[in-house]
Design a binder for this molecule. Structure first.
Ligand code: TRP
Length: 342
């Protein structure tokens, strides 16, 4: 769909749809925490918004700058995971950040409008500054603000941990509008309640902890990980009473099983249900829920060129929208020397 027809209202929706920009770092294969925490939400949102889904490879370089050769595979995997989750390339532009150079351009221009102390005060910077103190890492949130403002996004679906970055993007948009002229919409975070999903060791599910259930895992592999899950250390054998409210397996039942409060919790507490059986039930339900994703992934992996095509189409749509905004930005900042606008 061309950018022009996109920004006009369609027959089904007389109201112009608002825009969403979402971004994710290509850090390797995604897991069910990413699926339930972000992707399922994006898939719902694509019905009501114009979506731009950006694979932020430049952000990934802030950490992986010494090992850039991993990027290509990770970007590809991320595109497969996005499509596998049900993102529809007709409804949302899926693209690679570095393929739209306007992101870097706006990042540089935005960097004039923000002070260094504002950036060093951010918790995300403070957390990692001992390991990562590059100029690029300091500017990470400025690049994120550029990602968002470049599409004049109304909403940005993120987790609580990213809220400050969205405020910063809103602040940059307003500052720009006040300093020059109104070019940007002021973006807002779209916080949605997401289910808590813990990893096999009872910590937050994360690829870096190695406690995750990858979307690419087969049924057997998934079952094996579920079997390895941490459970109540006081419930050693069937007959011992368990504490579902403290068990990461029960958290997964809450997401994937039909009626865990009445079918799992009471029999776990009473001891009738042992952990092995409980995990087998979960594996079956989890595998069931992941089946549509697996089917789509298998199909995509047979045709890798199609995945790259989706990224090329996404790139073209993103570029045309981004260039539109950048023309206004350059004109406002008086760096369009041969342009028409004074
Ligand atoms: N910083 C985000 C994260 O770590 C990733 C990101 C980059 C992003 N650019 C974005 C998220 C733009 C939303 C919008 O999760």
């Amino acid at each position: 769909m061309s950018e022009k027809s996109q920004s006009q209202s369609s027959p089904q929706s007389p109201v112009k749809k608002p825009t969403i920009l979402s971004g994710m770092q290509p850090t390797g294969s995604l897991h069910i925490g990413n699926l339930e925490g972000a992707l399922r939400n994006w898939v719902r949102l694509q019905e009501d918004y114009w979506m731009f889904c950006c694979i932020v490879d430049l952000h990934a370089l802030t950490a992986d700058w010494q090992n850039p050769k991993v990027l290509k595979d990770r970007v590809f995997e991320m595109a497969v995971d996005f499509l596998g989750a049900g993102l529809d390339p007709d409804k949302c532009a899926i693209f690679i950040q570095s393929e739209v150079p306007q992101h870097s351009e706006l990042h540089l221009l935005f960097s004039m409008l923000i002070t260094v102390p504002t950036l060093t005060r951010l918790p995300t910077y403070k957390e990692k500054k001992d390991k990562l103190d590059s100029y690029g890492f300091l500017g990470y949130p400025v690049l994120q603000a550029a990602d968002i403002c470049l599409y004049n996004a109304d909403k940005v679906p993120v987790g609580k941990d990213q809220e400050k970055h969205i405020w910063l993007a809103a602040d940059l948009a307003e500052r720009f509008n006040n300093t020059y002229r109104k070019v940007f919409r002021v973006p807002e975070a779209l916080l949605t309640s997401i289910p808590l999903i813990l990893g096999s060791d009872n910590r937050k599910m994360s690829k870096s902890y190695g406690n995750h259930i990858p979307l690419e895992a087969t049924e057997k592999q998934t079952e094996k990980i579920v079997k390895s899950y941490y459970t109540d250390p006081k419930k050693i054998r069937q007959g011992d009473s368990g504490h579902p409210d403290k068990c990461p397996v029960f958290l997964l039942h809450k997401v994937y099983s039909p009626d865990p409060e009445s079918e799992i919790a009471p029999v776990c507490k009473s001891g009738e249900l042992g952990c092995v059986d409980c995990k087998m039930m979960l594996s079956a339900n989890l595998n069931n829920a992941l089946q549509p994703n697996r089917d789509r992934r298998a199909e995509l992996l047979k045709h890798p060129a199609d995945v790259w095509d989706v990224l090329a189409t996404g790139r073209d749509r993103a570029r045309s929208r981004a260039e539109n905004v950048m023309e206004k930005v350059r004109a406002a900042m008086k760096i369009n020397y041969r342009g028409k606008k004074k």
